[in-house]
Design a protein around this ligand. Structure first.
Ligand SMILES: [Cu+2]
Length: 184
């Protein structure tokens, strides 16, 4: 019984059985293979992002996002700034930098990108850890306060893409969504 002590108190000094050693070696080699194969998946799996990461003060990052949104917010024919659900729609310059801040409980602002142009998408958090998952693509990244991730991205399809937070971040987690629009 597991509750009572083993009869042989020095059980761990028993010689290891050949078949167990065999499986330990297989598991170890497989672990090593999977570890080094991460490099291969980077190229053939289309799932590991090539991103850059820098340290940043959350407050300084939020200031940059605010300045970015103010500069590039879309205005309608009447000159009125465009918003959706109270979130500004921002059109970054093609080939330029675009910013998104994750915070309790939103992704801000809404980006409007042009298909076929590449952008440097900056991502960081203003408060704590969030997950950035761009639907329905396979782009997933953890966002941490204090770290700025930059993903170089070229949209190949137009449409509206949803962002969901996929790392639990509190009572409003299930409402934490955002949007990226890609126009032709
Ligand atoms: Cu969350």
């Amino acid at each position: 019984m597991a509750i009572s002590p083993p009869t042989n108190r020095l059980w761990w000094k028993d010689p290891i059985h050949g078949i167990e050693l065999f499986w330990i070696v297989i598991a170890f080699l497989w672990g090593l293979f999977m570890f080094f194969f991460m490099i291969a998946w980077h190229f053939i799996g289309q799932q590991n992002l090539s991103n850059e990461t820098y340290k940043v003060q959350p407050s300084a990052y939020v200031e940059r996002v605010d300045a970015f949104a103010e500069e590039f917010q879309v205005v309608d024919a009447a000159g009125k700034p465009v918003e959706e659900d109270g979130v500004p729609v921002v059109r970054p310059p093609a080939g330029g930098d675009a910013y998104i801040v994750a915070r309790l409980w939103e992704f801000w602002p809404i980006l409007e990108l042009k298909k076929g142009e590449s952008y440097r998408i900056h991502l960081s958090s203003a408060d704590w850890q969030h997950g950035f998952s761009l639907q329905p693509t396979n782009i997933n990244i953890s966002i941490h306060p204090g770290y700025e991730h930059i993903i170089t991205l070229t949209p190949t399809e137009s449409g509206t893409f949803g962002i969901v937070c996929n790392e639990f971040c509190g009572v409003g987690h299930h409402t934490m969504t955002g949007r990226v629009r890609v126009v032709d």
